[in-house]
Design a protein around this ligand. Sequence first.
Ligand code: PMP
Ligand code: GLN
Length: 392
Amino acid sequence: MKSHNALFANIPTTIFTVMSSLAVKHDAVNLGQGFPDTDGPSWIRDYAARAIIDGPNQYAPMMGVPALRNAVAEANKRFYGLDIDPDSEVMVTSGATEALMDSCLALLNPGDEAIVIEPFYDSYVPQIKAAGATPKFVRLQAPDWTLDTDDLKSAFSSKTKLIILNTPMNPCSKIFTLEELQVIADLLIEYDAYAICDEVYEHLCFDHLAHIPLMTLPQMKERCIRIGSAGKTFSLTGWKIGYITACSALLKTISAVHQFVNFATPAPLQIAVAAGIVAGDDYYASLTQDMDHGRRILTEGLSRIGFDVLPCEGTYFLSVDFYDVAKDKGFTGSDLDFCKWITSEAGVAAIPMSAFFAPENGEPPQSLIRFCFAKKEAVLNEALRRLSEFFE
Ligand code: PMP
Ligand code: GLN
């Protein structure tokens, strides 16, 4: 038989699926794959249910239903002061994953380079390579994950087509500062490059830190593709509704990809998400508050057990260093071994941080793992009880 596509035939199953399957097998509390265990607001789900009964249930417009495109444009103004034309500068996709793929395929040619900041969300590298381009890595170092300006500058070259910027950042929970964003913006102008801005955690910022879209900086509107996701903003990860904000010239090519990747996304869900986006400030405040509650419970509990908990500015993930607790138990394996071990033996699943680093860019950290705290208080407490009992 002839061989399959050389890239995808050799890619293993994502770490999220691997760890979730292991969690099911061992009946573990799953703090691995990032998803909330409480579905988003019932009033948003009511909208979807009603739209399914009353329609529309045929193909949605390729660019997305007008109500949702209007809502995304309005949200850009309301939260960030951006003036966006809903008709030519917004497109709805099947989740941020599709938006990222459409953007990579729309912009990258073979021979181009795309800058990826480590630790990175796992879809970026295959998506860049699928377009025939080459990823160039810039590594951030724990525990602060500060962007080193010299490292970033040396990653740029005349071949650089774009950077993928994720803020707030999965897995390390960093929020990029205005100063860091300005360095990126200056380099984009100097090298005539673009930014794919993965901002799916835009509404999950803690300790009064603000999310700043790169697109809001001077001269960045024409260079940035801003991606959001209802999965994160409304705790509806299963709906897979994402949205792109980009200038019309960029969006024209991105939509040319979208029309052949999925063409359109379920109309009833788009209508419900439109209603969600225009919700009052109280909705957005309660989202952050609820997540912050989980963050505090997990931070306190894991610290008490002896984990070294790293700073968490945004997203719903907490990174911890397990070196000390593991040493006390005589454990000497990798971060992946550690995650498998606590899943099967302690009954709590997590994600090894090395999954977010490129093997070709040197040794990843060996004793960092990621826990998701978007869970009910009782679930977090049960996970902590199990870990505490195991490591005592
Ligand atoms: N980007 C990041 C940083 C993510 O964590 C995720 C996972 N939710 C995605 C993109 C994909 O989002 P979606 O589920 O909307 O495709
Ligand atoms: N974004 C989620 C995470 O980081 C996983 C999404 C997925 O499983 N594809 O855990």
